[in-house]
Design a protein around this ligand. Structure first.
Ligand code: FMN
Length: 316
């Protein structure tokens, strides 16, 4: 397919014939460790305190160091500035890919979860799946990015649908939804709808074919504006990793969660989750505020900024 949205050609697994590809997929399958064996998670979970369903208002505290001054760095008597670091080559021949996976998902955290609703090119199959290689990257225009990891065999159904149709709904994930959302991440065969697996409810949309998730506080209809497939990194038996850029066409926001101007979503209603390392998720139970400052208001009040203002080199 010669799709202008795809910024590299879509050669996936090397043209080696179907049998060789099957063997490569089987061996990739055997080495694929991202979805670990669950083991006896139920007995681990049984020993933990219950989830606090009380929905007590999210606490607002002072910032960590309210008396911080310009130039002060981290107010910990220099402790963090003297820590040692280890250099890692992510591509070192003896470094397993799974180590990069665990390092990245534990180190780049918390990550918001984009819950994507798509439909197949023939319009017959609906799909729902969560992605935390996800972020809003601009508001003007409203733009989002989603990363699709490679896996043994076929590309993720969501990616296939995005490529075929260019249409999507991005839905937010609140605490109460997480088990249903996680269920949609199961590697269901192509053609099976995760709406049924999850029991979540589909609501109508205006500018795209896929439905939005009724239970989500905030949903965004969007169109694909660019796709980047990482061709230079394709491994035998594995699908191609890729990145999709999405531009919003509509917003839907839960009425009781937004203010009168439709400009602020109440955190106590959104109750967002952040994906962390391993299979952990973080709740937002406590926040603080930290206003951004403007140079013109600040520099005359700080000795350091005044000095810097005086020493600036004219460049333009
Ligand atoms: C919370 C969560 C976040 C996830 N984030 C990603 C991600 O960013 N990229 C990715 O490729 N897979 C991610 N996955 C795995 C996909 O959801 C999973 O592969 C799913 O089966 C894809 O569905 P699809 O084939 O129907 O598109 C995530 C799973 C969970 C539970």
């Amino acid at each position: 397919m010669n799709d202008p949205r795809v910024s590299s050609s879509s050669a996936a697994v090397a043209a080696t014939g179907p049998e060789k590809n099957n063997t490569a997929t089987a061996s990739a399958e055997a080495n694929y460790q991202i979805i670990a064996e669950v083991g006896d998670f139920d007995s681990i979970q049984a020993k933990r305190p219950d989830f606090d369903h009380s929905n007590r208002p999210i606490e607002v505290t002072k910032s960590p160091n309210p008396n911080w001054e310009y130039g002060q760095g981290v107010p910990d008597s220099g402790a963090s500035a003297t820590k040692k670091h280890r250099e890692i080559d992510p591509y070192a021949p003896d470094r397993p890919m799974i180590n990069n996976y665990h390092l990245l998902i534990s180190g780049i955290a918390p990550r918001p979860i984009g819950f994507l609703s798509t439909v197949s090119g023939d319009g017959k199959t609906k799909n729902l799946a969560p992605f935390s290689y996800f972020q809003v990257i601009d508001h003007d225009p409203p733009m989002f990015i989603v990363g699709f990891s490679s896996r043994p065999g076929r590309v993720k159904d969501t990616f296939r649908n995005l490529k075929e149709t260019g249409e999507v709904v991005i839905n937010t994930v609140s605490e109460s939804m997480i088990e249903a959302v996680n269920a949609t991440s199961i590697d269901a065969p192509y053609g099976v709808s995760e709406w049924e697996i999850s029991g979540l409810h589909e609501a109508p949309t205006t500018t795209v074919k896929p439905g939005r998730v009724q239970e989500s506080v905030f949903s965004i209809e969007g169109l694909v504006v660019d796709i980047k497939e990482f061709e230079d990194h394709v491994k035998p038996g594995m699908s191609i990793a890729s990145l999709v850029l999405i531009r919003a066409t509509r917003f839907w926001v839960q009425e009781d969660a937004v203010d009168a101007e439709f400009r602020h979503i109440d955190l106590n209603k959104l109750r967002p989750l952040g994906q962390l390392g391993g299979v952990s998720y973080g709740r937002v139970t406590s926040i603080f505020e930290l206003p951004r400052r403007r140079w013109k208001d600040e520099y005359s009040q700080s000795e350091l900024l005044t000095k810097l203002e005086g020493s600036k080199t004219e460049t333009k």
